[in-house]
Design a protein around this ligand. Structure first.
Ligand SMILES: NC(=O)c1ccc[n+]([C@@H]2O[C@H](COP(=O)([O-])OP(=O)(O)OC[C@H]3O[C@@H](n4cnc5c(N)ncnc54)[C@H](OP(=O)(O)O)[C@@H]3O)[C@@H](O)[C@H]2O)c1
Length: 328
């Protein structure tokens, strides 16, 4: 069987993304073959393309999709041919019509959730799940607590605004324009700061009566991490989970002492979804909050697979809001 897929032969800019025809075979032990209905676009795809996260070449990109299971390999018991399914998974390869992949991270998609929503929400939604439920300060998070969340109008960001509100948390979101700040507020942020024009650390201190936040969830990295540390109250947690503006340089441990016995973590989704059991438990939590209506998955951009170069350009140029999918 043949499939269209997006491949790079070397690391570089969006122009390296090529549509190619690839042969797809039968699933081996622990694998499935899935025919995609929609594919999710994620910022991590740009790191894998550029070489910030280096890979062996050639590389098929994409970490998130939904579709219909066509065949299952030996030992796969949680999926059957014909099942609607969605996933966030390694290895990359989701930018394709059809693929063979490990079954471990692939979950049955509830009938009430569309393929497009499934493709948009798995990587970003499971990330929000582990951030808000498992990446916590030593004192935990209680309703009413303030948290800081950068890039709040982005894919992960708009899911986090809604889920934080559902948990009773006061999410202070940052975003790069006034229009994006408005969007974050519409989706449940308690406050929004335009960090292109305002000193966000000073505003966070004002909003929290000088106390600071318990956690700063920072996916912007290089441009924001120092300000994020200044937003934390004593014993607060800096959770750096992305490199939107570039990676965070090594931090002096002495800084953590002088700023108030702080904690720092650099989590990744793939540690959290290392087993089938943990993947399913997190996915069940995500499916429940989406089906309850408390979290809606905003798909603000759709591109044909053939327009993947433009999709990457727009994501990196900060032109997108919410989630983006590639249609097939
Ligand atoms: N560690 C994990 O497990 C994990 C999992 C998923 C995602 N992530 C990270 O979470 C972040 C959000 O992912 P996403 O896919 O939902 O993307 P996204 O938020 O939709 O897009 C990234 C956003 O980052 C902001 N940004 C700030 N400085 C930027 C710069 N110099 N260049 C480009 N963008 C900049 C932009 O929003 P403004 O214009 O509002 O600043 C941009 O829209 C990414 O950093 C991603 O790597 C981490």
């Amino acid at each position: 069987m043949m499939s269209k897929a997006v491949r790079i032969d070397r690391h570089g800019g969006p122009e390296e993304l090529k549509i190619v025809d690839v042969e797809v075979g039968e699933p081996g032990p622990g694998e499935i073959r899935i025919r995609h209905k929609a594919v999710g676009l994620n910022f991590i795809d740009t790191y894998q393309r550029s070489g910030l996260y280096p890979f062996q070449m050639p590389l098929q990109l994409g970490m998130e999709a939904s579709g219909v299971v066509e065949a299952v390999g030996e030992g796969v018991v949680h999926l059957q041919p014909g099942d609607r399914a969605a996933y966030a998974s390694q290895p990359p390869g989701a930018y394709s019509e059809l693929r063979v992949m490990p079954a471990k991270n692939v979950c049955k998609l509830p009938d009430a959730i569309s393929f497009e929503t499934g493709a948009a929400m798995m990587l970003k939604g499971l990330t929000t799940q582990y951030l808000l439920k498992k990446t916590l300060p030593v004192e935990g998070l209680q309703p009413g607590d303030f948290i800081l969340f950068h890039a709040a109008a982005g894919g992960v960001g708009l899911i986090a605004c809604q889920w934080a509100k559902a948990l009773g948390l006061q999410l202070i979101g940052t975003a790069g324009s006034d229009a994006k700040c408005e969007l974050a507020l519409e989706y449940g942020a308690a406050h929004a700061i335009n960090y292109s024009t305002e000193n966000f650390a000073a505003r966070v201190k004002e909003i929290t009566d000088g106390k600071g936040v318990k956690v700063a969830y920072d996916s912007v990295g290089k441009d924001t991490w120092e300000g994020s540390i200044d937003c934390l109250r004593p014993f607060g947690l800096l959770a750096v989970f992305g490199n939107g503006s570039g990676p965070v340089p090594p931090i002096s441990l002495g800084t953590l002492a002088s700023k108030g016995s702080l904690y720092v973590t650099r989590p990744t989704l793939f540690t959290h979804i290392a087993t089938r059991e943990s993947t399913q438990a997190m996915a069940d939590d995500l499916f429940a909050v989406v089906q309850s209506g408390a979290v809606k998955i905003p798909i603000d951009q759709r591109y044909a697979l053939a327009d993947v170069q433009q999709a990457h350009r727009d994501l990196e140029a900060r032109k997108t809001t919410g989630c983006t999918i590639l249609t097939l």
